[in-house]
Design a binder for this molecule. Sequence first.
Ligand code: ADP
Length: 436
Amino acid sequence: MKNKINSRLIGLSVFSIIITALLLTIVYYTNFRQQVENDLSLTAHVLASNDFINEKTDLSSVKNDIRITWIDRDGSVLYDNDVDNTALDNHLNRQEVADAFKNGEGKCIRTSDTLNLSTYYYALKLNDGTVLRVAKDAQSITAIFLHTVPYTLGIIIVVAFVCLLISNLLTKQLVRPINDLADNLDSPNLSVPYKELVPITDKIRKQHADILSASQMRQEFTANVSHELKTPLTSILGYTELMESEGIDEKQKKHFITEIKNNVDRLLNLINDIMKVSQLSTNDINYEFTDLNLYEIAKDQLQNFEIEARSKNIKLILEGKSEIIKGNKGLIEELVDNLVQNAIRYGNENGYVKVNVGDINNKVSLCVEDNGIGIPLSEQERIFERFYRVDKSRSKKMGGTGLGLAIVKHIVQIHEAKINLKSTPGVGTKIEVIFQ
Ligand code: ADP
């Protein structure tokens, strides 16, 4: 950044200095040329008005840096104070002379081969029809410009040095608040030094917070998983140790084996759900979406629960009509399965579980309702968290893993759907998923 500011500032200054030098040369040259031309014109008019010019005038006495040429009406040179007039060719083709014959006066600048000098000419037509021409050598525009080069270079060196100092100071001043900002990015009352940095700071802070909360969630999840796995494994270990002990009869042995089997089942369920929830929370899987008849899926899933429902004498009811949604078949089946499973699990004996597929405001909806134990209002938000259960022992007894609704939440997100929960303890629960 510092180098960039340095080079930009120096580049800008050098460019400005060169442009200024060029413009000043042009202004100076224009003035200078005007001055020379005025001088020449004045000299010519003075010579003409004093009637200096006649055959006998000795023009060699006139200021020696001014060349005076007297040209006859036919263009032949009558006199020249610098060169022998007989050696000079006809001057009618000289532009200033031709202009003077035509318009009364003429002027011209001719630059010599070396470019350093220009000759300024002024020609004036006299009363007798001859032309008096005065000329003077003076600096050309190139010479004037070249003359400024050493000064320009000197100025460039000084200014470049000043620029370096200024850019150092400027960079320090500019960068200090940004470094402070980077150091205090997490501070709640952070002030952003430049308003241009507000969007990027907001974005970084948001990403930072997201990363922190994701890592916290991962940590919590890992801790929960270890804890959840430990419980059935400890039980299994306990039962195997009991089986090893002496004096146990066949009946006890059978009981231990059944308990071991239950715990292994629990472990398998847990591992299954953990894998599902981990897979669903990674965003880089592209699920295949097809047209699905939600009503048919609900019907098939309900059939899978017939035996379980009968054991609690719960009535399974399917209502509604065929509705097509765009979705992933496996995930939608899993969603219906989890909601119906919970409705039966937390439903009362002799109760009912009602599944309705319909439409609400032109959007397809799936509603799973039970008249079971319900969920207290204070717990309703938390039940979608991983491993959160209202009544842990009841959930475990019923074979719950605490991950069912977390899985449901992910599936809803993947389908860009919405989920609503209405529940009253002792009355029942109604969970509604509305698809786009
Ligand atoms: P679990 O495996 O424990 O059922 P879930 O994530 O599916 O885990 O549900 C979380 C908790 O929400 C459950 O433990 C239960 O307390 C509560 N819950 C879910 N569905 C219902 C329901 N239909 N009626 C009452 N409570 C429910």
